[in-house]
Design a protein around this ligand. Structure first.
Ligand code: GGG
Length: 361
């Protein structure tokens, strides 16, 4: 019997609404398995905590999380607190402290889901973005001199280390090797930079890409500038297989990939500590979504798919596949889907539907 010790941080906005459904699905997995149980340790951190304490999480928050098997995360963001405070106070410290350098973001056009792009059939879009997750443009390196004066000077520095760059590019090739069985015959890694303009960090990235690619001669490679990649994600998304990019570029590309595959409400994300020395974190790509918070209509399927990624990481591939299959069936049947996909069901009705399908319904 395996008992997984999970840290659950629902966070802000729609976070608590979608996390409730993720937990519901995990409880159903445990109920249907003679060998899996979960212990949920819930932490009420985020913007409400910030308003009370001046911090997004306690000073020893990272120590508290260190011993868990995985972290299930909702969202951060608040309409009345600057985004750089919420993001740098909770989500980014976890990614850095737990060395979650590899972020995996799959985008698949499911049967039953309509792409806003013309003539795209189910399965036509099937790509995975591998996002560098601890450095690049998100490194908190810089400063502000003479604020509010005519001499105001602001420096924001991108960080590209050999360790981090090699790690993410190798992770992309390894992912491509692993997923080759079911990727519609595609076998390609695309690296996205802007090395014509960013002539230090991104030229370095391009060089490392060529070095690592030489270890995988069986895989086709391609290097695109980010502006070209954005165009191609819209006009030829079926050409992509595995895409590797820096922290910021991959984040932007993830939103395009999510929207061309039907909804940001379906996009899941795994923040992986590849060495397994620290917990990995699983979350939806979407944030707090203030516009729909409290309405009970947020799509929980991104979080539920993140739960499937977490189960796979924990060494429960069968349970992971059963959750993925249940998400897929929920979408194919289209009986219980949220308004972002053209339905009228609530967040909790979709969670219940996934549980019903999991139970053999
Ligand atoms: N569930 C993900 C979330 O809350 N995202 C908020 C956000 O702003 N994330 C920025 C990022 O991941 O780069």
């Amino acid at each position: 019997m395996a008992e997984y010790n999970l840290a659950v941080i629902a966070g802000d906005g729609v976070g608590p609404e979608v996390i409730a459904e993720g937990k519901k699905v995990l409880e159903a997995v445990a109920a249907g398995s003679p060998t899996i149980t979960f212990k949920f340790n819930e932490y009420p951190w985020g913007s409400a905590y910030y308003r009370e304490t001046g911090r997004m999480m306690p000073e020893d928050g990272l120590e508290t999380l260190e011993s868990c098997d995985a972290i299930l995360f909702g969202a951060v963001g608040d309409p009345n607190i600057p985004d750089h405070i919420t993001l740098h106070g909770l989500l980014l410290p976890m990614r850095r402290a737990f060395d979650q350098g590899v972020c995996i973001r799959p985008s698949y056009l499911f049967p039953g889901v309509t792409s806003p792009l013309a003539n795209k059939k189910a399965g036509d879009i099937d790509l995975v973005i591998i996002r560098e997750n601890t450095e690049g443009e998100y490194a908190p390196v810089g400063g502000r001199l003479y604020p509010g004066t005519p001499h105001e000077t602001v420096i924001q520095t991108n960080i590209f280390t050999r360790r981090g760059t090699e790690r993410i590019i190798r992770a992309a090739f390894e992912y491509c090797v692993r997923r080759n069985g079911n990727n519609n015959g595609k076998r390609k890694v695309t690296s996205v930079t802007k090395s014509n303009a960013q002539s230090f960090g991104m030229v370095f990235w391009d060089e490392v890409f060529v070095e690592v690619a030489a270890e995988y001669p069986q895989i086709e490679t391609e290097s695109l500038l980010v502006d070209r990649a954005c165009m191609d994600f819209v006009r030829w998304p079926e050409d992509f297989d595995v895409v590797v990019a820096s922290n910021l570029f991959a984040d932007i590309l993830s939103d395009i990939a999510a929207v061309v595959t039907g909804s940001l409400g379906l996009a899941a994300s795994a923040n992986i500590n590849t060495e397994r020395e620290h917990p990995s974190m699983f979350e939806s790509v979407h944030g707090a979504a203030f516009d729909i918070t409290g309405k009970g209509i947020a799509n929980p399927l991104a979080t539920i798919s993140a739960v499937a990624m977490m189960l796979d990481h924990l060494g429960e591939p069968e349970a992971s596949k059963s959750v993925d299959d249940a998400v897929s069936r929920c979408l194919i049947e289209r009986k219980v889907i949220t308004p972002d996909l053209g339905g009228q069901s609530s967040t909790s009705q979709v969670g219940d539907e996934v549980v019903r399908i999991l139970g053999g319904g």
